[in-house]
Design a protein around this ligand. Structure first.
Ligand SMILES: [Zn+2]
Length: 127
């Protein structure tokens, strides 16, 4: 075990277009933001399907690593914006490369979730 790795908490759909990502701040803050800022007809769907990943150890290792690096770069983005940009590109690339495995885990953990796997976005009810 590498004890230097930051312990990340992983969630499904903190953002409607990002299937899996590590938390950067307490989930409470994001829920409050959604309630205050998002379109009324989207709010219930967003809050309902924003869920903690039960088995983050089953996420692809490369994806997990690039996200951990990105999270670290986020803390320093004002000092080193270039590093942040590279880390941002890397995790998005890893997400695309490992999308089938991430999507398969999501299907297992989140049955009934109105996620559009082709367009990679949560589907909202019509207003
Ligand atoms: Zn889901």
């Amino acid at each position: 075990m590498n004890t230097q790795k930051p312990k990340l908490e992983w969630w499904w759909l903190i953002h409607h277009g990002v299937l899996a990502e590590p938390l950067l701040e307490p989930i409470k803050n994001r829920r409050e933001f959604v309630r205050a800022e998002k379109l009324a007809y989207e709010i219930a769907t967003r809050l309902k399907w924003m869920r903690k990943i039960k088995h983050p150890e089953r996420l692809p290792a490369k994806f997990v690593q690039t996200c951990a690096d990105w999270r670290k770069a986020c803390k320093n983005w004002k000092k080193d914006y270039g590093a942040w940009q590279r880390a941002d590109t890397d995790w998005r690339k890893a997400f695309d490369e490992h999308y089938p495995a991430i999507a398969a885990l999501h299907k297992q953990e989140c049955p009934g979730c109105p996620f559009d796997y082709e367009n990679k976005t949560l589907i909202f009810p019509q207003p």
